[in-house]
Design a protein around this ligand. Structure first.
Ligand SMILES: [Ca+2]
Length: 484
C-alpha cells in the first residue's frame, strides 16, 4: 500500500517536473531591430542568437512598453504597463539634477539609491518561485538598488549584477561607486574584468547548480550593448573617449575593423558578439545538463538601438516614439512546443511575456477571463497579503505555434509628454520630435503622415489613447514617482 502510494507520489512529482520547463529570459540593452546576424542587413556576428532563431520563432512586430531601459524592463518583469506598475520613468539622477556629477556622499542618498519598482508589484521571480522554480537574476537589474528593491527581496534566490541603470564595463563603477552586487552585498571581486564575461560566468554557475534538480528560471538581462554609463570624471582625453560609446574587448572589436564605418560602431558590434558568445555558453550548459528540450528560451532587446548604425528600415531610435525606439528583435525557442525556423509578423509585445511564461510554468494563480472587448484578459489572483492585480498582456504561445492570430489589437506608449498608439496597423505619434498618423502595413518607415487624409482614423486612435490613459490613472497608485 505504502509502496504504491510512494510510487504514485513519485509519478506525480516527476510528471509535475516534466510539465514545468526551465525558463531562460535574456534581455539585451539598446540592441537595434536589425542587429542580428540572421537578419543580414549589417555585418553582425551572432551565431548563437541565429541558432536560437533557426531552432525557434523570430518575431518581426514585437514591441516593448517604453523606448528606454528602466520602464521597459519593469514591464518585462511585471507584465504591466509602466503607467500601471508606477515605474514610468528612468531611475536616473541626471533627470533631476541634469549634468551634475554626484560625489559619493550625495550619491548615497540620491534618487538612484532610493527609488525602485514599487514593492507591492510582483515580479516574474516572485511568481515563478511560487510555482516551485529556483530563480536567478544575473546582470542589469535596473529596478533600484536600495536593499528592498534588490532581486533577493523581489523573488530571486540568486543575484549577481548591478541594481542601477548603467556602469563602466571594466571598473563596474557609476559616479565612482562600485556598483556590482553579489546577493545583497556590493562586491569589487571582479574589478577589471569585462562585465559581460562576469555575467557569463555567474549565469553558468546558476545553471550548473540548478539544471536537472528542479525547474529553474534564469533572468539574464545584459547591459550590453548599451554605451558605458559610468558618469566618471571624463576629464582626461582617453577617459572621455571611452565614456562616449560602448566598451568591448579588443578581440571582438578587431572582428569588425575595416568592415564597419568607424571604431565606435566596431565597439558596439563587438559588444554584441561578446554577449552572443555568453548566450551560446549558457545554451551549451543547458544542453550538457540534458535540458535543451525542457527549456523555454526567450530573447529580446529592452528598446531600440541608440543610433549605432541605425534601426533601418525603421524610423527613429531609442527614446523616440517611432518604431525604431519601440520595435525590437525577439526570439523564442522551446523545442517541440514552438516550430523551428518560423518568422512571425504578428503584433506582439513584452507585456505578453508574464502570462505566457506563467502558463508555460503551470502557475496556478493566473486567472483568465474574457475582457469587455471580447479578448482574453489575465490577472494575478490575490493571495495572502497581496491584492489581485491585472496584467496587460496575452498568452503568445498559440501565436508562436501558428495556431492563432495575435489577440493584441492595440498598444499605447507614453514617455513624459510624448505619446503613441498602435491600433491594428495604424500608428499615431505625438512627440517633441514630431508626429503624425501612419499606416504600418504599407509604410513601416513612418514616412507618410496621413493625418489630413484620414481624420476619422486619427480621431479613433486619440480616443483609444485617452481611454487607456484614463484606465491607467484609475489604477491603484504606485510609486516611486507619484510618492516622490
Ligand atoms: Ca536599454
Amino acid at each position: 500500500m505504502w509502496i504504491r502510494f510512494a510510487a504514485w507520489l513519485l509519478l506525480l512529482v516527476s510528471a509535475g517536473f516534466a510539465a514545468q520547463p526551465n525558463i531562460v529570459l535574456i534581455v539585451s540593452d539598446d540592441q537595434g531591430y536589425p542587429d542580428l546576424g540572421c537578419i543580414g542587413s549589417k555585418p553582425l556576428i551572432t551565431p548563437n542568437l541565429d541558432k536560437l532563431a533557426a531552432e525557434g520563432v523570430r518575431g518581426t512586430s514585437f514591441y516593448v512598453t517604453w523606448p528606454a531601459c528602466t520602464p521597459s524592463r519593469g514591464s518585462i518583469l511585471t507584465g504591466r504597463y509602466p503607467q500601471r506598475n508606477g515605474l514610468y520613468d528612468m531611475v536616473r539622477n541626471d533627470l533631476v539634477n541634469f549634468g551634475h556629477r554626484y560625489d559619493a556622499e550625495e550619491y548615497a542618498v540620491s534618487p538612484e539609491m532610493t527609488l525602485g519598482l514599487d514593492v507591492r508589484e510582483l515580479t516574474l521571480g516572485d511568481l515563478l518561485r511560487k510555482a516551485g522554480y529556483a530563480t536567478g537574476c544575473v546582470g542589469k537589474w535596473d529596478m533600484g538598488q536600495a536593499r528592498r528593491y534588490l532581486p533577493l527581496q523581489r523573488g530571486f534566490d540568486f543575484f549577481y549584477g548591478h541594481g542601477n541603470n548603467g556602469i563602466d564595463y571594466y571598473t563596474h563603477e557609476r559616479y565612482g561607486v562600485p556598483s556590482l552586487f553579489r546577493g545583497n552585498e556590493r562586491t569589487e571581486e571582479d574589478r577589471g574584468t569585462y562585465v559581460t564575461d562576469v555575467f557569463r560566468r555567474e549565469a553558468l554557475r546558476f545553471v550548473n547548480e540548478q539544471a536537472g534538480k528542479r525547474p529553474f528560471f534564469l533572468y539574464l538581462p545584459f547591459n550590453a550593448p548599451h554605451g558605458a554609463s559610468s558618469f566618471g570624471e571624463g576629464t582626461k582625453e582617453g577617459e572621455k573617449k571611452l565614456s562616449e560609446g560602448v566598451q568591448a574587448p579588443e578581440k571582438y572589436v578587431a572582428m569588425y575593423r575595416g568592415k564597419v564605418k568607424d571604431e565606435r560602431l566596431a565597439r558596439y558590434c563587438g559588444a554584441v558578439t561578446c554577449m552572443d558568445e555568453a548566450i551560446g555558453a549558457v545554451m551549451e550548459a543547458v544542453e550538457k545538463a540534458g535540458q535543451t528540450e525542457n527549456t523555454l528560451v526567450v530573447f529580446l532587446s529592452d528598446n531600440g538601438g541608440s543610433g549605432n548604425g541605425g534601426n533601418a528600415p525603421l524610423r527613429g531610435q531609442k527614446s523616440t516614439m517611432w518604431e525604431g525606439g519601440l520595435r525590437v528583435p525577439f526570439i523564442v525557442r522551446w523545442p517541440g512546443k514552438v516550430p523551428a525556423g518560423r518568422v512571425t509578423d504578428e503584433f506582439l509585445t513584452s507585456l505578453e511575456l508574464v502570462p505566457t511564461l506563467l502558463r508555460a510554468a503551470n502557475y496556478d494563480g493566473l486567472e483568465e477571463t474574457v475582457g469587455k472587448d471580447g479578448r482574453p484578459s489575465f490577472a494575478l489572483r490575490a493571495t495572502k497579503g497581496e491584492t489581485a492585480s491585472s496584467l496587460d498582456g496575452y498568452d503568445l504561445l498559440p501565436v508562436l505555434k501558428g495556431e492563432a492570430k495575435s489577440p493584441r489589437e492595440e498598444m499605447f506608449w507614453q514617455r513624459r509628454g510624448d505619446k503613441a498608439a498602435r491600433v491594428g496597423n495604424w500608428k499615431w505619434v505625438e512627440s517633441e520630435k514630431g508626429g503624425g498618423l501612419y499606416d504600418l502595413s504599407t509604410d513601416l518607415g513612418e514616412k507618410k503622415d496621413l493625418s489630413a487624409e484620414k481624420p476619422e482614423v486619427l480621431r479613433r486612435l486619440k480616443e483609444r489613447f485617452a481611454a487607456w490613459r484614463a484606465e491607467m490613472d484609475a489604477t491603484e497608485p504606485r510609486g516611486p514617482f507619484r510618492d516622490y
